[in-house]
Design a protein around this ligand. Structure first.
Ligand SMILES: Cc1ncc(COP(=O)(O)O)c(C=O)c1O
Length: 448
């Protein structure tokens, strides 16, 4: 594959990113993207099984969302006057709250998932009068200072100075540890992803989230769910928390909410939370953001929900996701390095395990010493180069490969993914070429 140098980007944005993509042989120039298909300038069609980290639930450039945005742009209306009541924000908030259900009756609109998390931090402090925050190990909540403070993985925080004070971590799934922490009554919020995404598509143990909610109620801590990746029907239901019958105090959404076309975020909250933050006329704008409620994001949000629902993409993800995982399990059953296929809806991970046989173990260990992500990254490279499938390993768990296509990805594309990962695993287990690839990658990393 030809290496492309995007000169202005390299000079003025992030040259290290260009180097990394070149190193991985993944620097393609995408020209037209529709549904799950990415067409490149050099004539390839690549299947998207990453979905921009769960942005493209409705697929790339859905024509109805594009049309809604065109209409909005051509209306010459007030986009973000900051001096008016944004009716479309009201409509979107109403839709989101009605879909989310429970006690969630108000929405604050942000511009990203991280900004949503920042909002949840501030609002839980305002509601409880406490400072402490409790999060799960291996979580991913975003890279602004507050959100970053809720992440224990050193890779993301190293070199960026002190985290917020008062943050503690518990293992995801350990409800006894949760009770020990919560009983101190110092925490404003427990913030969890209902299914950990970057942690490795980790489903909660049975009853864990329900117990977490009960414990939060018992000890006066707000129960906050980060559904930035899992929301908007990614797992089959509007929120992943609907699978578990939860009634959180706040839910954070972003990514898929605007069809991947306009930055957006939303924090859904109870009236109690709202009343504690915006408690008087004087505090009507105590927490806001310039582009919050902008008409393009709101219009995109309304249209995205309509598309997801009218096309039945939640139910589709639920049923096809199940058969997709079954097909993956069948195709990968004989490979000792595949430990598990897990997920819900179209939020899936293929979990690699340490090989047992001596030959494989030696190669695997050697690779791991070069870099812990090396094995997964070579799988990603092969999927891209040989099978034209875009995917990635999880940010906090390099031994899990994502399989998260747009919710309207065709059955043919799902089949192609199953065949492709089967063939890559066959090469891993039967030929030296996979491991040679990794050595070449390591050698190139030194040179580039
Ligand atoms: C679960 C979760 N929360 C929050 C964020 C942060 O979102 P953003 O990148 O839009 O700030 C992410 C980003 O990947 C995420 O996966």
């Amino acid at each position: 594959m030809e290496t492309i140098t995007q000169t202005a980007y390299e000079a003025h944005v992030n040259p290290q990113w260009v180097r990394l993509l070149n190193l991985l042989d993944m620097n393609a120039e995408y020209e037209v993207c529709r549904g799950e298909k990415l067409h490149t300038r050099d004539g390839r069609t690549i299947l998207d099984f990453l979905s921009g980290y769960c942005v493209y639930n409705a697929g790339h450039n859905h024509p109805r969302i594009i049309e809604a945005l065109r209409t909005e742009l051509e209306s010459d209306g007030p986009s973000m006057l900051q001096s008016h009541v944004a009716a479309s924000a009201g409509k979107l908030a109403e839709k989101l709250c009605s879909r989310a259900g429970g006690r969630l009756r108000k929405a604050y609109f942000a511009n990203s998932g991280s900004e949503g998390v920042e909002t949840a931090i501030k609002f839980s402090r305002a509601t409880t009068g406490r400072d402490g925050l409790l999060a799960a190990r291996n979580a991913f909540h975003g890279l602004t200072c507050g959100a970053l403070s809720l992440m224990d993985h050193r890779f993301w925080s190293e070199g960026f100075g002190s985290a917020l004070p008062g943050v503690s971590f518990v293992d995801f799934g350990d409800s006894d540890a949760l009770e020990r922490e919560l009983s101190s009554r110092k925490y404003a919020a427990l913030i969890l992803e209902p299914i950990q995404g970057e942690g490795g598509i980790v489903l909660p143990p049975d009853g864990y989230l329900q117990r977490a909610q009960t414990l939060c109620q018992k000890y006066g801590t707000l129960f906050v769910l980060d559904e930035v990746q899992t929301g908007l029907y990614r797992t089959g239901t509007f929120l992943a928390s609907h699978h578990f019958g939860l009634d959180p105090d706040m839910v954070i959404l972003a990514k898929a909410l605007s069809g991947g076309l306009v930055p957006v975020g939303a924090v859904l909250m109870t009236d109690q939370v709202y009343d504690n933050v915006y408690s008087s006329l004087k505090r009507a704008i105590v927490h806001t953001s310039t582009y919050s409620e902008n008409s393009l994001a709101m219009r995109a949000g309304l249209s995205t929900i309509e598309v997801l629902e009218q096309e039945g993409l939640g139910e589709r993800a639920l049923t096809l996701g199940e058969s997709f995982r079954e097909a993956l399990r069948r195709a990968l059953a004989e490979y000792e390095m595949v430990a598990e296929v897990r997920g819900l809806g179209f939020f899936n991970g293929i979990v690699f395990g340490q090989p047992r046989s001596l030959g494989l173990r030696l190669s695997f260990e050697a690779f791991r010493r070069i870099h812990p992500a090396m094995f997964g990254q070579v799988v990603v490279m092969r999927m891209f180069r040989e099978h034209r499938i875009l995917t990635q390993i999880c940010g906090n768990n390099f031994m899990v490969l994502k399989a998260v296509p747009p919710l309207n990805g065709s059955e043919g594309s799902l089949d192609q993914f199953v065949i492709a990962i089967g063939q890559v695993m066959e090469v891993v287990h039967s030929s030296k070429s996979f491991w040679q690839d990794a050595l070449q990658l390591a050698a190139r990393a030194v040179k580039i």
